[in-house]
Design a protein around this ligand. Structure first.
Ligand code: ARG
Length: 267
């Protein structure tokens, strides 16, 4: 190769590096340049050596913020899976829940969406899912002084849920004449219940149990056996990444670390 060509290559490299440094926001170009190179596992990564995660960090005990630090069962689990894959786990700033699947589908910003995503037929048309890592049911929470003790009493009432969730869908489809309001953040849904703007919250049971501890005058009145399974969402264009994550998930089941995390977060 002649000197001129080397010069051009170095210049192109420098340009790619500067785009990466200044966080090229137009997505694809800046990021795909650096992907695949250096990884022989057959999958692509938005940033070499890193598993970049998009999450709505408002869903304790699965994914939440402690100050500005992501924490929770799924956060620890992703750290373990990344470790198994020889990668570092990196979380993007908290992302609005109903934008994560489209973001993974489009590509270029995050490798995986990890936000207690229930495997649903609709989502399966948009993204791939790994093997499940958790099983949950839905639930209904009300204010303790509301006199509401059964779902039948919610007819025509105001229900709150996070936009784009299975909890929202369940309420809209199963509570007669309900007025269902979607909120961006789970925290806002419970705040609305507490302040009397809504009569009930429809959300995954472990999360309801967690939130009612901080709103002492709210209580879970019903577990709804929807039998949902959480899994990690991956772009359909990155099937080898799904495979590698499944392998890592199996490994953390086999070495007992999954059980340690479950004991720590999901009691
Ligand atoms: N499991 C429900 C769903 O898939 C709710 C998930 C909400 N997750 C979150 N991190 N806020 O729709």
């Amino acid at each position: 190769m002649n000197i001129k060509k080397w010069g051009a290559l170095v210049a192109a490299g420098a340009l790619a590096a500067s785009l990466a440094l200044f966080g090229c926001s137009s997505g694809d170009q800046g990021t795909t340049t650096s992907s695949t190179s250096g990884n022989d596992a057959g999958y692509t990564l938005v940033n070499d050596g890193k598993l970049t995660v998009a999450a709505s960090l408002d869903f304790p005990p699965f994914e939440n913020l402690n100050g500005d630090k992501p924490e929770g069962f799924a956060v620890d689990l992703m750290t373990l899976l990344a470790e198994e894959m020889g990668l570092e786990c990196e979380y993007l700033p908290s992302t609005k829940f109903d934008t994560i699947v489209p973001l993974i589908q489009t590509g270029g910003k995050a490798d995986v969406g990890v936000s207690s995503f229930t495997i649903t037929d609709k989502r399966l048309q948009q993204v791939d899912f790994t093997d499940p890592y958790c099983n949950v049911n839905q639930s209904i929470t009300v204010r303790s002084d509301s006199g509401i003790t059964d779902v039948a009493q919610l007819e025509g009432k105001k229900i709150g849920a996070q936009s784009g969730t299975t909890g929202y869908e369940w309420a809209a489809e199963n509570i007669k004449d309900a007025e269902v309001t979607g909120y961006d953040e789970m925290t806002a849904v419970f705040a609305a219940l507490d302040s009397g703007q809504i009569d009930a919250v429809s959300v995954d049971l472990p999360v309801a149990n967690y939130y009612v501890r901080s709103y002492s005058d709210c209580q879970v009145i019903k577990e709804i056996p929807t039998g949902e399974q959480y899994a990690v969402t991956v772009s359909k264009e990155n099937p080898e990444l799904t495979k590698a994550l499944n392998k890592a998930l199996q490994a953390v089941h086999d070495n007992g670390k999954y059980d340690e995390l479950a004991a720590k977060w999901l009691q």
